[in-house]
Design a binder for this molecule. Structure first.
Ligand SMILES: NC(=O)c1ccc[n+]([C@@H]2O[C@H](COP(=O)([O-])OP(=O)(O)OC[C@H]3O[C@@H](n4cnc5c(N)ncnc54)[C@H](O)[C@@H]3O)[C@@H](O)[C@H]2O)c1
Length: 250
């Protein structure tokens, strides 16, 4: 007997932790997880948007780079079964201006924090015998170099490999680890980057629309996260779902 389709997207009983949840893709992910019936713990520098607030959502105003806060937050998330490493920053900088501090800052938020939350959440799921899911958010910049985003692209490329390494590490515990790779999604962060790119017409940014047209919506990326977080992807680990309107093809 096959599982009825609605049951495959039913996350009642699940507890999901989402980083970078206040706006953009993270916010759309939280909305979809709540809609699917999950309890959600959210982490962001910003406060909880009023329209997301509710009994099923616990909000932590914290920096994902803060290791002590990460430990506290994961510890407080009872029955944790889903982690979405979404928090990311992508300020544009010419390669010649990327000093050691800028390099470290890009890796800290985009890679190290995802690794830390994965380790804490994975350990917790493993110890409690929870067959959970970790979803890492990478970027098309990890695949095709984007001008003025060198450290970001390197960090996001490492996130893809983090996914694959942890998929093997956690498979015996039944914890699946997958990557969603967005590109061209209309968010507040992307709007800032677009403005910065406009000010540098000499930098060689691509300006054409992707094959499906664009831009994508935060919910386009959230749907891919929901696929990996839910029983829809029961037999999928170490995989990557690119949500970019086909931009990597052109
Ligand atoms: N928008 C796109 O087209 C696109 C493309 C590729 C990848 N991505 C990735 O998707 C993810 C979300 O991007 P977005 O466009 O929604 O970004 P956004 O800037 O619109 O939102 C990011 C959220 O993360 C939070 N955040 C940032 N740094 C944080 C920190 N140190 N601690 C806690 N919270 C922090 C911000 O406060 C914000 O709420 C990022 O990982 C980004 O790299 C986005």
């Amino acid at each position: 007997m096959t599982t009825p389709l609605p049951d495959l997207l039913d996350l009642r009983g699940a507890h999901a932790l989402v980083t970078g949840a206040a706006r953009g893709i993270g916010r759309a992910v939280v909305a979809r997880l709540l809609e699917a019936g999950a309890r959600v713990t959210a982490v962001d520098l910003a406060q909880c948007p009023a329209d997301l607030a509710g009994a099923a959502l616990t909000w932590h105003r914290a920096d994902v780079r803060d290791a002590a806060a990460a430990a506290r937050i994961v510890d407080s998330a009872g029955g944790l079964s889903v982690l979405v490493n979404n928090a990311g920053v992508y300020p544009l900088a010419a390669w010649d201006d990327v000093d050691d501090d800028a390099w470290a800052a890009a890796l800290d938020v985009n890679l190290t924090s995802a690794a830390r939350y994965s380790r804490l959440a994975g350990d917790r799921m493993r110890r409690s015998g929870t067959a959970g899911a970790i979803v890492n958010v990478s970027s098309v910049a990890a695949v095709r170099p984007v001008p003025m985003l060198v450290p970001y692209g390197v960090a996001k490329a490492a996130v893809r490999q983090l996914t694959r390494a942890l998929a093997v590490e956690y498979a015996p515990a039944g914890i699946r680890v997958n990557t969603v790779t967005p590109g061209g999604v209309r968010t507040e962060g992307a709007a800032v980057a677009r403005e910065q790119a406009r000010a540098r017409p000499d930098a060689g940014f691509r300006t054409g629309a992707p094959p499906l047209g664009g831009p994508g919506t935060p919910d386009d990326a959230a749907r891919a996260v929901l696929y990996f977080a839910s029983p829809m992807s029961r037999y999928v680990t170490g995989a990557e779902l690119v949500v970019d309107g086909g931009s990597l093809l052109s």
